[in-house]
Design a protein around this ligand. Structure first.
Ligand code: ARG
Length: 466
């Protein structure tokens, strides 16, 4: 059947069928509307497959040359927006193959030797995703760098650290931001791990059982940069766990994003006033002239729900599917595509927004003072003088009560009054009650003392390069 015939018959398997597919079914089963996005991977896969077929003597060298010429032409046509995608040809694979046959005749029809759309699509998705993984890895580096850069100028900026969203102990703003760098660095590790399992070659599995042609799967894997082969043909065409893993990585990353975005929203509210976001990342209100809303941060927080939804969608799609390929798997693409787009856009915009953040140290410090953030330091002081911790805790509770009655922070209470609470409180007590003293005291590895935080920054910079 020539390319035109394939076109007219509109199906790759028509001989057996006594009537054409219904219009509704055509539209219901077609994926070309979205899977055309895989075209470059599809052509790469076909070139590697054809090269191997020729090397193995399964097709002639002249066929290979024709196939290469045709696929080159198709590449140009698609790049220049001239390629005509046809719904009747169902998906990206059949569209490209039909056009190839139109362009080069029989050689085009030989391309599918020893191959099925089942191993073809699995290969295409893995190839495509691998490229996206590499792009996302760079975006994760950019975001971490932006956070580290802001941290580097804020190792001495004191803010209240919270538990239960109640003021707990002073931390530096740098330390707080670096908590997110740790999260994103683990996300990057997870992504690198997903890549390994994504980067295996399904081609050669054919429809499900392998093929009787003497294919050289290793050669195809080498040509496409795959690290290994899918070792069981049934598994190769049917499982999408690499995509589920990717969506898990993306969901965890978006959860981290949502936590950071939530804090940006809180910090920018008048009640905190810890930071300001540049105008270009904010929007106004159509009715309240005074409003500047952190829409980008809110949307980033919101989009986490969408990505988690895609993970739920795909993992549910896989659940209970019998071996091997089922058409259900065509539904893997949209959640995957949308997740990649959403995550990439979110990481990109957050990195930019963080780089332009305006820090307000005075407001942060005032908030730390208001909340008795150094109460633990006074207790630790008494413990170091020999008081059991539980007793020290009690003494400090009284000090805080006194401060609340007077409207004063611990550091502001007259020393004599503090001393009246316990004889172990000596002249050196006020020095531990300063925010700076509190920060510096926490010089355990991973703690908020400026020297420790600078060590964190140095470690991240060495890791992130640039
Ligand atoms: N469009 C299909 C998909 O995305 C390609 C594989 C079709 N295979 C088949 N046997 N119908 O999964």
């Amino acid at each position: 059947m020539s390319g035109n015939q394939l076109d007219k018959k509109s199906q790759a398997w028509s001989a057996l069928f006594s009537e054409p597919m219904s219009e509704l079914v055509k539209r219901y089963t077609a994926s070309v509307g979205f899977d055309q996005r895989l075209w470059r991977a599809d052509i790469q896969g076909s070139l590697a497959h054809a090269g191997m077929l020729a090397a193995q003597g399964i097709i002639h060298q002249t066929d290979l040359v024709d196939i290469q010429r045709g696929l080159d032409q198709i590449t140009q046509d698609i790049e220049e927006g001239r390629f005509e995608w046809k719904l009747e040809l169902e998906d990206v694979h059949l569209n490209i193959e039909a056009r190839l046959t139109q362009l080069v005749g029989d050689a085009g029809k030989r391309l599918h030797t020893g191959r099925s759309r089942n191993d073809q699509v699995a290969t295409d998705v893995r190839l495509w995703l691998r490229g996206e993984i590499d792009a996302l890895a760079l975006l994760l580096v950019d975001l971490q760098r932006a956070l580290v850069d802001v941290a580097a100028t804020n190792t001495d900026t004191v803010m209240p650290g919270f538990t239960h969203l109640q003021v707990a102990q002073p931390v530096s703003f740098a330390h707080h931001l670096l908590a997110y760098v740790e999260m994103f660095s683990r996300d990057a590790e997870r992504l690198a791990d997903v890549r390994k399992r994504c980067n295996r070659l399904p081609l050669g599995a054919a429809a499900l059982a392998g093929t009787s042609y003497p294919l050289d799967r290793e050669a195809v894997a080498r040509a496409l940069g795959f690290e290994g082969l899918c070792e069981n043909s049934l598994d190769a065409v049917s499982d999408r766990d690499f995509a589920i893993e990717f969506l898990s990585f993306a969901s965890i990353t978006m959860v981290h994003v949502s936590r950071m975005a939530e804090e940006l929203v809180l910090w920018m509210s008048q009640n905190f006033g810890f930071i300001d976001l540049a105008d270009r990342y904010c929007t106004g209100s159509s009715i309240m002239p005074q409003k500047r809303n952190p829409d980008v941060a809110e949307l980033a927080r919101g989009k986490s729900g969408r990505v988690i939804g895609h993970l739920m969608g795909l993992i549910t799609l896989m659940k209970g599917q019998p071996l091997a390929y089922n058409k259900d798997n065509q539904e893997d693409k949209e959640p995957l595509f949308d997740t990649v787009d959403t995550l990439a856009a979110t990481l990109r915009i957050l990195a930019e927004m963080i780089a332009g953040i305006q820090v307000k140290p005075a407001a942060m410090e005032a908030a730390a003072r208001r909340g008795y953030a150094t109460a633990t330091d006074l207790a630790d002081y008494l413990v170091k003088k020999g008081l059991p911790f539980r007793d020290a805790h009690e003494v400090v509770a009284h000090a805080v009560k006194l401060g609340l009655q007077r409207g004063l922070d611990l550091a502001e209470l007259p020393l004599a009054e503090l001393q009246s609470l316990h004889p172990l409180i000596a002249d050196d007590a006020p020095s531990v009650l300063t925010l700076r003293g509190s920060l510096e005291a926490r010089h355990v590895r991973g703690g908020t003392a400026p020297t420790q935080v600078m060590a964190q920054i140095a470690r991240h910079r060495a890791r992130l390069g640039g």
